[in-house]
Structure formats: structure tokens, C-alpha cells
Write a protein that binds this ligand. Structure first.
Ligand code: GLP
Length: 260
């Protein structure tokens, strides 16, 4: 795992955007796995800036969101379909028909989950999966005890996640109880993983994911199994890493050539 400690959220956004841009430069029709939440917003804004300034063309790119709430309509402002449209598809100039979000209103959610897996496969798999991390160590909506073998499925949001996400809804009770999420095995199949985390609120989860045991109690620890996983954290999110100096040394002395 590559761990990069950066001074602040702006640097996290810049380095993350560079990594995504590198993937797209190698493959114009790259498939990007899209996370929602506040963590990747700086990355998306930086990509949008590069697109607006003509430095980067993302018009050939496809996207697959990690997850979606069950039971709220896609036009709800906090559905991930809306959030992805607002924060990714429009500002980055992606072709709307190439941006996919699980269908949280499907009459048969299990069939919708299976169809989503097939769609990722049909697109050739995900080239780079952007990830945030929940304060409880979740990635996507894979909550603690999610199997490392899990695929896209309907599942239940942890009370902590519902409380954390209540800020986006009128009242905590309005936060949906269920969701569709790519599974941990689905995420592991992406060719690259790029996890971004900022702020002291993520420090415990980041330390558990990077330095803790491989355990479904911290779903993000699954990154330890991936051959090309990068974790970009700011100083605050790195605050609980015991081996921070070691990561700084390793990054300063990384082999020459492109990032892994
Ligand atoms: C959300 C999303 C995750 C996200 C995480 C952290 O609920 N489902 O994909 O990474 O929780 O959110 P934030 O980045 O807002 O802290």
C-alpha cells in the first residue's frame, strides 16, 4: 500500500486529481469508480478546473458510483444519482449516458445489484476506484462485518453512518435505512484504488485501515489486499498513524518512474 501524507486537503485534492488524470492520459476511455461524500469533492473540483482550463479531456470516460440509498427517488437532492450529477457528471463534462449509479428504486433490488455488477464487467472493469472512508471504517456502504467476498448488494446502513449522514437530510429519521453498494470483492477488482481522507474525524479509521489487522470490522482494511492501493491523507487524518515517519521516508525515497 502506498501511503502519502500531505499538508492539507488542497494537496490531497491536487495529488488525487493528478493520479486520476494519469489514468485518463493512458486510456482516454478509462472507467472511473466514483465515491460520494465530502472526501472526494476537492478531487472532483480539481479535475473540473483542469477540464475547464483545457488541460484534461474526460469526455471519453465512464463512471460507476459506489453506492446509492434505497427508497429515495433519483431526483431527491441527496440521492447519490443527484449528488454524482451535481458534483461529477456536470462539472467534469462526462457523458451522462456513461455515468452509472445503482438503482435504489428498482422493484427487485437484488436483480438491480446483479445487473450493476454485470454493467461494470461489460465496461471492462474499473480502472481507478476513488474511495472515501467512513468514520467507522466503511468504504462505499460496506459497513463493519461486510464480507471481503461481498459483491454489489442491498444492505443496511449502520446507525453511525445514518447519524453521520443526517447532515444532508432534514432530520436523522429521513436518512434511508437501506442502500445498494458495490461489495468489497467488487472494489478489490478495480485496477487501482485511490482512497482520500481529510480531517481529524477520519484519523482512527485511517489508522485501523492502514495499520490494523485485516478484518471485516474495518472494511477499509481490505485495501491491504490490493496490489495498487494508494491512501492520500492530510496531516489531520494521519494523526493516529504510528508509522507516519516511515511513510514519509518511503514516499520521499520511492523508486523513480510513474506512480504505482
Ligand atoms: C458516505 C459514502 C461513502 C463515503 C463515506 C464518507 O456515506 N457512502 O462512499 O466515503 O460515507 O463520507 P464523507 O466523505 O462525507 O466523510
Amino acid at each position: 500500500m502506498e501511503i502519502v501524507i500531505l499538508p492539507g486537503p488542497d494537496e490531497v485534492a491536487r495529488v488525487a486529481a493528478q493520479r486520476v488524470a494519469d489514468v485518463v492520459r493512458r486510456r482516454r476511455d478509462a472507467v472511473i469508480g466514483l465515491a460520494t461524500g465530502s472526501s472526494p469533492l476537492g478531487l472532483y473540483a480539481e479535475l473540473a478546473r483542469r477540464v475547464a482550463e483545457g488541460e484534461l479531456d474526460l469526455s471519453g470516460v465512464s463512471g460507476f458510483a459506489l453506492d446509492e440509498y434505497v427508497g429515495i427517488p433519483p431526483e431527491h437532492p441527496e440521492s447519490y444519482a443527484s449528488v454524482i450529477r451535481r458534483t461529477v457528471t456536470e462539472p467534469l463534462g462526462l457523458a451522462p449516458g456513461r455515468v452509472h449509479v445503482p438503482d435504489g428504486r428498482a422493484p427487485d433490488l437484488h436483480a438491480a445489484a446483479d445487473a450493476y455488477e454485470r454493467a461494470i464487467g461489460a465496461a471492462g472493469g474499473i480502472d481507478v476506484q476513488v474511495l472515501g472512508i467512513g468514520a467507522n471504517g466503511h468504504i462505499g456502504f460496506n459497513e463493519p462485518t461486510s464480507s471481503f467476498a461481498s459483491r454489489t448488494r442491498v444492505t443496511t446502513l449502520a446507525p453511525r453512518t445514518r447519524a453521520d449522514n443526517a447532515r444532508f437530510f432534514g432530520t436523522p429519521d429521513e436518512v434511508p435505512v437501506h442502500c445498494l453498494t458495490q461489495g468489497l470483492a467488487t472494489i478489490l477488482e478495480a485496477r487501482r484504488l485511490l482512497l482520500v481522507a481529510q480531517g481529524v474525524v477520519k484519523a482512527v479509521a485511517v489508522a485501523a485501515a492502514v495499520e490494523g489487522p485485516l478484518t471485516s470490522m474495518c472494511p477499509a482494511s481490505v485495501l491491504q489486499l490490493h496490489p495498487r492501493a494508494t491512501v492520500l491523507v492530510d496531516e489531520a487524518a494521519a494523526g493516529r498513524l504510528r508509522l507516519a515517519d516511515y511513510y514519509r521516508y518511503m514516499h520521499a525515497h520511492r523508486p523513480a518512474g510513474p506512480a504505482p
